[in-house]
Design a protein around this ligand. Structure first.
Ligand SMILES: Nc1nc2c(ncn2[C@@H]2O[C@H](COP(=O)(O)OP(=O)(O)O)[C@@H](O)[C@H]2O)c(=O)[nH]1
Ligand SMILES: [Mg+2]
Length: 287
């Protein structure tokens, strides 16, 4: 039995959360085009007949901008200490630059083996992939370098095998074998709702958005969708409530799959001014 922890490291938006989902074969982390979608550390668990691979999905590396991003970066720094492998994720469609080298330095400095995943190679020409692999290979002394697509799942099985190979033998089970994440159902439901809201509202509200489950029973699931200003509330509610209804419509199938039965999904948009600067709010918001 092999088991252990793999931390994912990479700039915002390179596809870390998408990759965690692909490796686990379950949607444990929400994803979006908006950088900094992942706010807290999430465990994704890939269970095999003779292994348990625990993937640690972290907020992206960045310079702290406010109390929230400061908290996010502290989480990242603390998480490298206790893992068996660091998986550095790069976006093959972008120039591999200073941001990636910053991430790589921290990863190679951690003292644990590093595997590099060159993500988003779907739609790239073989020549383009080859030249990006050369740049990636110069980042440090890695154990393996995998060109992959977390989206199409190309190269995912090979990457998973390599990660498992580096885990200690005779490891223990960290999670029950049928679980794919450490998050509660309520946390996953809140994240699914936040994901749909991010997808629909694009640039206008993302960082100001939080979702809290207020009530959940056999028939009803009530969630507060929290923003910071009245104008953001206006966007989220939409004309005659069209936007919040659409968010609910898109979230419901996944929400019902998570809770295991049909629900009436009631979404209530609330304004809480400056919640991101208020450390006392983080706990309440699950951050
Ligand atoms: N084309 C393509 N897009 C991807 C791939 N992996 C992730 N993405 C997209 O990249 C964006 C950021 O992904 P996400 O997993 O949230 O990135 P994170 O910030 O590193 O966790 C999303 O729009 C994903 O759909 C991939 O392999 N190919
Ligand atoms: Mg993420």
């Amino acid at each position: 039995m092999k088991s252990g922890f793999v931390a994912l490291a990479g700039r915002p938006n390179v596809g870390k959360s998408t990759l965690v989902n692909a490796l686990c074969g379950d949607k444990v982390a929400i994803t979006s085009k908006v950088p900094n979608t992942t706010r807290r550390r999430i465990f994704g668990v890939a269970n095999g007949p003779d292994y348990q691979l625990v993937l640690v999905d972290l907020p992206g590396f960045q310079r702290p901008m406010d109390a929230l991003t400061e908290r996010m970066q502290t989480t990242v720094d603390a998480s490298f200490a206790d893992v068996h492998v660091v998986l550095v994720v790069l976006d093959a469609r972008e120039r591999i630059g200073p941001g990636d080298r910053f991430v790589a330095r921290r990863a190679f400095g951690s003292g644990v083996p590093v595997i590099i995943a060159l993500n988003k190679v779907d739609k790239l020409s073989p020549a383009h992939i080859a030249s990006q692999m050369q740049v990636a290979a110069a980042l440090g002394d890695f154990h393996a370098l995998h060109p992959i697509s977390a989206k199409t799942k190309d190269g995912i099985d090979e990457l998973r095998s390599d990660l498992v190979f580096l885990l200690p033998e005779d490891g223990q089970l960290f999670f029950p074998r049928d679980e794919s994440t450490d998050q509660t159902v309520e946390q996953r439901v809140a994240e699914v709702i936040r994901e749909k809201a991010l997808h629909l509202t694009h640039e206008e509200v993302p960082h100001a958005l939080a979702v809290v489950i207020e009530e959940i029973d056999e028939k009803l699931l009530r969630a507060f969708v929290i923003v910071e200003t009245e104008s953001q509330k206006g966007i989220l509610v939409g004309k005659k409530g069209a936007m919040i209804r659409e968010i609910g419509t898109r979230a419901r199938p996944e929400v019902e799959a998570l809770v295991g039965h049909p629900v009436f999904l009631q979404l209530v948009v609330k304004v809480r001014a400056n919640w991101r600067r208020d450390k006392g709010q983080f706990e309440r918001l699950g951050l």
